[in-house]
Design a protein around this ligand. Sequence first.
Ligand SMILES: Nc1ncnc2c1ncn2[C@@H]1O[C@H](COP(=O)(O)OP(=O)(O)OP(=O)(O)O)[C@@H](O)[C@H]1O
Length: 241
Amino acid sequence: MITFSHVTKSYNGKRKAVDDLHLTVNGGEVFGFLGPNGAGKTTTIKMLTGITDIDEGSIEINGYNITSDSMKAKRSFGYVPDSPDMFLRLKGLEYLNFMGDIYKVPKSLRQERISSLASAFDLESALGDHIQSYSHGMRQKVMVMGALLHDPDVWILDEPLTGLDPKAAFELKKMMRDHANKGKTVFFSTHGLDVVEKLCDRVAIINKGQIVLTGTMDEIKGNFHQDDSLEKLFLEITKNE
Ligand SMILES: Nc1ncnc2c1ncn2[C@@H]1O[C@H](COP(=O)(O)OP(=O)(O)OP(=O)(O)O)[C@@H](O)[C@H]1O
């Protein structure tokens, strides 16, 4: 479960990148976080993961405050950043072992999870190569593997499907669904409206730092003409006058 309580953030004292964000994401949900470029999605996720300080308000992950109880909060989630271009000098397997060490995943369990994730993502033969030599999609896959290695309760994924080939995207979406079906939490940002429609239990739409709509797809569509596509609704909701 994730709780945002009146969270606000500005950069350099300028316009608020996130403005009074108030939202609960429940266990058992795949929750989509949608918004146009510059809306505040990554800023929200950076505050949620403790990378960026919060100016006002608070965030709890599984009941742990990310600011005052940060170690416990951080242990309970896995995070995939929006750019997978990290740890380029490490080999895939070195990176995964590094993540396994950080999260104290026992060696035998680690081996089992790496094998199963690598097989799902068709990455077995690349794990001995440097991440630098990987394609964007392969880097994305290894970041997802690293984030999920300690089997965290809460998944926080910043545009996780970008750059994935259809098989990997299918596998990841299935994993997200399965994780939520176990009562766990999946929170992800995306620009993919069709993904949201097919995969999410609930969505929030953010525009200019403020949540403009939250609900199930049916609830959101209920506010408009039922026949409208999500794309049309999204454009209507986020149009900047
Ligand atoms: N480090 C930073 N310094 C100053 N301004 C920033 C910084 N990071 C983000 N911003 C500003 O904050 C606002 C929100 O940006 P953010 O990256 O959170 O949006 P986003 O919804 O993730 O966008 P995108 O879909 O393009 O990734 C934007 O106006 C952006 O220019």
